[in-house]
Ligand binder design. Structure first.
Ligand code: HEM
Length: 365
């Protein structure tokens, strides 16, 4: 039986309702994130991302827009059946270099190269579109202000108590298992180290917060579609004895396998159940399923090399605000990300004395 989906809601500026003191919250986020980078810079004599510091692979590939999309999905960079170059950085969320046995949500930062359209920020000649995704359909907090509260506490633990973090992570994984056995799920417990020890390549990733999708609003997702990737869904990577188990698992996979992910779009079809300002609510998939708009293909390659990869990721900066006006980020969490990402990447550039340009091709990486 096919159900008819409601028409997507057309964006109106009245859907966005900034808090009175939002600018102060954003400034406090910048300061708190900087305090994390200050600790790691002092300890490692290098400027690093204030969060998602640890990479598990930097990949190059292609994004192919699906042909014959229905008009509502033919928007922004998905308007034409094009093939773009793409860069992916796989990460985990903390701001300090922890052993992978401290198990946290996984990140998938995607940079699409060669896109056309009015730009949101930066050099008008840039031609990249970034989408940043994390494993899990909703953000851990509803807005920037509530995220700041948790981040302030976490920032104080940067590069501290590594053994304790391993113990607490193992404990929280147990708690999360119990919650899941009862049919639930806790984004908070997962973000604190209770994330199951899954293979990062078997994950489905989500933008969690919305962007414009032409005249509409949407969240995006990336999920494994090639058989070799699908075989990794739900598989366990034992990281108890190997601090870089995820990096090793990604390298082992790409030593001989190509990978394909589907890029999916979930359009906002009802503002009551699919809010713009509350990032903690996963939009119901029965009301608006994720629909395929593109595929990402990655050929076998060295995903991580101790010597080659760090300078490459130093040169890269991903931000939801790097892109075109047709995919402008929306809502409290997204507004807070504009300055915070700029600040973090500027700090890295200045500390490391390493110029950062949006790549015009994957060949320059
Ligand atoms: C208010 C909320 C958030 C703040 C303040 C924030 C802040 C940051 C900062 C400062 C960075 C480092 C940027 C750099 O140095 O280049 C970063 C990285 C990242 N963030 Fe966020 N973030 C937020 C929410 C989110 C959300 C909702 C997602 C996706 C669901 C996300 C996914 C990522 C990913 C994947 C990276 C790693 C990017 C890379 O590989 O370079 N973040 N975040």
């Amino acid at each position: 039986m096919t159900t008819t989906l409601s028409t997507p809601v057309t964006y109106d500026p009245s859907f966005e309702t900034p808090e009175e003191n939002e600018q102060q919250t954003i400034q406090d986020l910048v300061t708190t994130l900087q305090s994390i980078s200050d600790v790691t810079a002092k300890d490692h004599q290098h400027g690093y991302r204030s969060v998602h510091i640890k990479s598990h692979g930097v990949l190059t590939g292609k994004l192919t827009v699906a042909p014959d999309l229905p008009p509502e999905l033919k928007q922004g960079i998905f308007a034409d059946a094009q093939v773009y170059e793409a860069v992916i950085r796989l990460s985990t969320s903390p701001g300090d270099f922890l052993d992978d046995s401290v198990s946290t949500p996984r990140g998938f930062a995607l940079k699409v190269i060669g896109v056309q359209g009015e730009r949101l920020q930066g050099d008008a000649a840039d031609n990249t579109q970034d989408f940043l995704l994390v494993s899990g359909p909703a953000f851990v907090n509803k807005d920037a202000k509530s995220f700041l509260g948790g981040l302030k506490l976490l920032a104080k633990t940067t590069n501290q108590f590594p053994q304790f973090k391993k113990v607490i992570s193992a404990f929280l994984r147990g708690v999360e298992q119990v919650i899941e056995s009862l049919g639930g799920e806790s984004a908070t417990i997962k973000s604190m180290g209770g994330y199951p020890q899954t293979h990062i390549l078997g994950e489905q990733f989500f933008t969690q917060v919305p962007v414009l999708y032409g005249p509409y609003m949407a969240k995006l997702s990336v999920r494994p579609s090639s058989p070799a990737l699908q075989a990794l869904i739900g598989t366990h990577v034992n990281s108890n004895a190997e601090p870089d188990a995820l990096r090793q698992a990604v390298n082992a996979f790409f030593a001989s396998n190509p990978a394909q992910w589907e890029v999916l779009v979930q359009l906002c079809r009802n503002l009551d159940t699919m809010p713009i300002e509350d990032a903690s609510i996963a939009w119901p998939e029965d009301e608006s399923p994720y629909l395929k708009v593109a595929t990402i293909d990655v050929q076998p390659q060295i995903a991580w090399d101790e010597k080659i990869s760090p300078p490459i990721e130093d040169k890269l900066a991903f931000s939801p605000w790097t892109g075109i006006a047709a995919h402008r980020p929306l809502g409290s969490v997204m507004r807070a990300r504009k300055l915070t990402y700029q600040h973090s990447s500027t700090f890295r550039r200045e500390f490391n004395g390493c110029p950062m340009h949006e790549p015009r091709s994957t060949k320059v990486l």
